[in-house]
Design a protein around this ligand. Structure first.
Ligand SMILES: Nc1nc2c(c(=O)[nH]1)N[C@H]1C(S)=C(S)[C@@H](COP(=O)(O)O)O[C@H]1N2
Ligand SMILES: [Mo]
Length: 230
């Protein structure tokens, strides 16, 4: 039985909020952790680069839980930034003019990571472009200078070090960062859409053994980076 504040199916709370991701990204870091510009490309009338992407938009603060597909959850993170929906309606539409039907969006990051979401999911009221976490500017660990936060979707959709937003008509040209079965196009936590072709509960058991080693690996890489970058 689920109590009202129970975790989503298959998730377990952890006390820390680790730096995390696919192991091949542990040693990759943003080239320009202070540059808050975003490029809007793909199926748009004008490909543009927006400096200070959040500057002209209303700021919001949001408490949300974070659910990684590998089954760890960290509760009650306090993000602030702007709603993706405001950024879309007030900046992307008037300046870049996405083509009708370009509802598949690829999100790319300074470390080479990428993920995708449907435009309709990105327009959800709880999807943010965040630049602070728990009252502090985003750290490199958690996505400086700017990250997506999409709490209703598994963490792999919440792209850190966001640099480029690409509008597409479909997923044909898109090459996921991980194996294809590991990236569900929507990845809704409430529906346990962990991946495709393989059921969510089975993936729980495949992923769970990776959590500890991945946290250690990302932490070690971060220490090495701090050691050589002051
Ligand atoms: N740029 C980038 N974004 C990323 C990742 C990454 O490796 N690089 N990993 C994803 C995964 S799998 C998760 S669970 C979250 C982890 O966010 P955190 O490191 O702030 O905990 O970031 C997501 N976004
Ligand atoms: Mo994740």
């Amino acid at each position: 039985m689920n109590s009202p504040d129970a975790l989503p199916a298959g998730q377990r709370e952890i006390a820390q909020f680790p730096r995390f991701g696919l192991s091949q990204f542990a040693d990759r870091f943003p080239g320009q952790p202070a540059a808050t510009s975003l490029r809007i490309v793909g199926a748009v009338a004008n490909e543009i680069e927006i400096e200070n992407a959040l500057a002209e938009l209303p700021r919001v603060e949001q408490l949300s839980d974070f659910h990684c597909v590998t089954t760890w959850s960290h509760l009650s993170l306090r993000w602030s930034g702007v709603r993706f929906r405001d950024f879309y309606e007030r900046i992307i539409v008037p300046r870049a003019a996405p083509r009708n039907g370009s509802g598949f969006v690829v999100l790319r990051a300074q470390d080479g990571y990428r993920s995708c979401l449907l435009l309709e999911d990105l327009l959800g009221a709880d999807v943010l472009l965040a630049d602070t976490l728990n009252g502090q500017p985003l750290s490199i660990e958690h996505g400086a200078p700017l990250r997506l936060v999409a709490p209703a979707h598994y963490g792999y959709k919440s792209v850190k070090h966001l640099s480029r937003i690409e509008f597409c008509f479909d997923d044909r040209g898109y090459r996921p960062a991980a194996f294809r079965f590991m990236e569900h196009p929507r990845a809704r936590v409430a529906l346990e859409e962990r991946g495709r072709w393989v059921s969510g509960w089975l993936l729980r058991y495949l992923y769970r053994p990776l959590v500890g080693v991945t946290i250690t690996r990302f932490d070690k890489a971060m220490r090495a980076y701090r050691g050589s970058n002051g």
